[in-house]
Design a protein around this ligand. Structure first.
Ligand SMILES: *[C@@H]1O[C@H](CO)[C@@H](O)[C@H](O)[C@H]1NC(C)=O
Ligand SMILES: *[C@@H]1O[C@H](CO)[C@@H](O)[C@H](O)[C@H]1NC(C)=O
Ligand SMILES: *[C@@H]1O[C@H](CO)[C@@H](O)[C@H](O)[C@H]1NC(C)=O
Length: 465
């Protein structure tokens, strides 16, 4: 339909210009155009990621440093000796870096989970390390305790000029509820930390606490509370928290809602439900520029995502819902918006094990959403295939740096979930997308989303460099 319209348009143009309308000329023009388009595609594909560095949004010299590709030379450790008996029982399987990552006794564990000695401690006079993020290291709060805000998200409270980081407080023992159950920590509650600089975090306590006694309560410690996110409702002046509520076996698959008058709680738990009648596991909420907020959740056994607007008070969904990324099996959605386009980072579904992130884009938040490919740049191949051994949880826009964001992810430690780490990395939107899936007259509609690996980095414009 679309092609035919274009064809007609160009015919009219040529006739109006006075030349004869000849079909061969038209056909050759079209062929030429298609060749140009193909060439353009090849060029834009081959020049990733270098093109990004030159032509991305990095007109700002402060951002250029963050867009440099930093390689990792990570080697597999030499194979360990196996007793002849063990070798007989289990034929030798090639181990991968992911196996090493998941193996508590791996010789290279310190690379993925650096010890407490390497912790980032903003309260110490860190000298040249001040304000630097070290993805994967233990990160201490202002009292010297490891930050407990897993699967989290950040609210910027305009009224106080303060950032609030909410997440799962998991400072308890990891165990399996039964043989086939996933590793878990009993629900303790939602932790909240406040900061003005996004580096020094003060523990504001548990703002929504688990139920110790009442076994039928959603928040009973034996249940599951994951991925809490908070947004502010301008109509009701309430802080509204949405979260994934489940039972030990993940069969409840519901969302939970809580509200508070203050960003530091306490939050009153309201209820749980299956949104639109569907199972809902990993989820997030997104507040758009016009004040309308949306719920995005993995559904139909994680095979697709659903998106729908919340009501005016953000306390419930409305009947409007769309299925997106159908059959793609994505979870851990993190949404953001840039230049009127909606973007989303998701992970695959492999439990606590890391997997490849994908970036998606849409002109309308309700879809259709298109998948653009893996946003990760740098590290090495396995780093990029595992989202730097982490899973997306949130994207925070960097104020003052249009097109720049902090990509927030969790490096889960299934052997000891409380010791899961945070991987924060700079993310930019700019340059052509690698996968030319949708063209509007030869030009891709979407910009590339790029997450840059760095061992150490800090926000642009901070400190003397
Ligand atoms: C900070 O960096 C400067 C120059 O690179 C160096 O001379 C100095 O020793 C460093 N200070 C600390 C505390 O690391
Ligand atoms: C336990 O929780 C349920 C569900 O929230 C509630 O209906 C019930 O009243 C609670 N029981 C007690 C003793 O608080
Ligand atoms: C969870 O599943 C296990 C094994 O399938 C079962 O033994 C257990 O009773 C289930 N627990 C709940 C709370 O449904």
């Amino acid at each position: 339909m679309r092609m035919r319209n274009k064809y007609r348009k160009s015919t009219t143009l040529r006739c109006n210009a006075g030349s004869r309308c000849s079909l061969p000329v038209l056909v050759w023009t079209l062929v030429g155009f298609l060749l140009m388009l193909h060439l353009y595609t090849l060029i834009s594909q081959n020049s990733i990621p270098n093109k990004d560095i030159r032509n991305g949004i990095s007109q700002n010299p402060l951002l250029r440093e963050l867009e440099e590709v930093e390689e990792e030379n990570l080697q597999m450790p030499p194979p360990r000796k196996r007793s002849p008996r063990a070798a007989k029982r289990k034929p030798k399987k090639a181990t991968t870096l992911i196996d090493e990552f998941l193996d508590e006794s791996s010789q290279i564990r310190h690379i993925f989970f650096p010890s407490i000695k390497m912790a980032v401690d903003p309260m110490k006079d860190a000298g040249n390390d001040s304000l630097y993020y070290y993805p994967g290291r233990i990160w201490l709060d202002t009292e010297g305790n490891p930050i407990q805000a897993h699967g989290g998200g950040i609210l910027y409270d305009e009224r106080s000029g303060t950032y609030y980081w909410y997440g799962e407080y998991k400072d308890g023992p990891t165990y399996h509820a039964h043989k086939k159950g996933a590793a878990r920590v009993d629900v303790i509650g939602v932790g909240c930390y406040s900061s003005k600089d996004l580096w020094t975090w003060k523990n504001e306590g548990i703002v929504l606490a688990a139920e110790e006694e009442n076994e039928t309560h959603d928040l009973h410690k034996s249940n599951v509370l994951e991925r809490p996110k908070v947004i502010y409702n301008d109509n009701t002046k309430k802080y509204v928290m949405w979260m994934h509520i489940d039972d030990t076996n993940y069969t409840k698959a519901s969302i939970g809602v809580a509200i508070s008058d203050s960003p530091t709680g306490p939050f009153d738990y309201l209820y749980s439900k299956r949104p639109h009648g569907f199972d809902s596991r990993d989820m997030t909420i997104f507040k758009d520029d016009d004040g309308v907020a949306y719920l995005i959740y993995s559904s139909e056994d994680n095979s697709e995502l659903h998106v729908g607007p919340l009501d005016r008070d953000y306390l419930n969904v409305t009947p409007v819902v769309r299925r997106i990324l159908v059959g793609q099996h994505r979870e851990a959605p993190a949404l953001f918006k840039h230049d009127g386009t909606y973007y989303m980072i998701t992970s695959g579904c492999t439990g606590w094990a890391p997997n490849e992130a994908l970036a998606h884009a849409a002109e309308s938040i309700m879809g259709p959403w298109e998948t653009m490919g893996n946003p990760c740049i740098g590290g090495n191949k396995i780093f990029r295939q595992t989202t730097f051994f982490a899973q997306s949880t949130f994207v925070l826009p960097l104020p003052g740096f249009k097109g720049s964001f902090i990509f927030m992810a969790d490096r889960w430690n299934p052997a000891d979930l409380r010791d899961s780490r945070y991987v924060w990395l700079p993310m930019t939107v700019g340059g052509a997308a690698d996968q030319p899936f949708d063209y509007s007259f030869g030009f891709p509609l979407w910009s590339r989303v790029s997450i840059y690996w760095h061992k150490r980095w800090r926000l642009p414009g901070r400190g003397s460099g």
